[in-house]
Design a protein around this ligand. Structure first.
Ligand code: AMP
Ligand code: ZN
Length: 115
């Protein structure tokens, strides 16, 4: 059993509002949304953070981005646009150490990333 909260969601040990799933990727609603649409995309394989990806993860990283676009289209935020964010390690503000991308949309965001 893993101590990682996102691995627990993958293993269905804790609940989440899952919006997308394929062989490599899971996406679910963020429990504390900061925008009208706030979805987290994670690899099913545990990777701690973006610095831990390897050459072998190229396909996975591509699949995560394709999934983000597919979800954006499905929830109706693709035309107006959205933000896909990764918080990497301490200075990037990462709290959960299982690689994830935030899909943020449903309102106009500031042109510059927040500080
Ligand atoms: P980060 O700061 O990039 O590590 O973001 C972690 C995100 O995970 C935050 O936006 C949290 O609201 C979200 N989060 C933490 N636990 C859960 C959970 N059990 N279900 C859904 N989202 C979660
Ligand atoms: Zn994990």
């Amino acid at each position: 059993m893993s101590d990682c909260i996102f691995c627990k969601i993958i293993n269905k040990e804790i609940p989440a509002e899952i919006v997308y799933e394929d062989d490599q990727v899971l996406a679910f609603k963020d429990i504390n949304p900061v925008t009208p649409v706030h979805i987290l995309l994670i690899p099913k394989k545990h990777i701690s953070d973006l610095t831990a990806i390897t050459e072998g993860d190229k396909d996975l990283i591509g699949q995560l981005h394709l999934a983000a676009v597919k979800i954006a289209e499905e929830v109706g935020i693709a035309d107006e646009g959205f933000r896909l964010v990764n918080n990497c390690r301490e200075f990037g503000g990462q709290v959960v150490y299982h690689l994830h991308f935030h899909l943020l949309g449903g309102k106009k965001l500031n042109a510059r990333p927040s500080q």
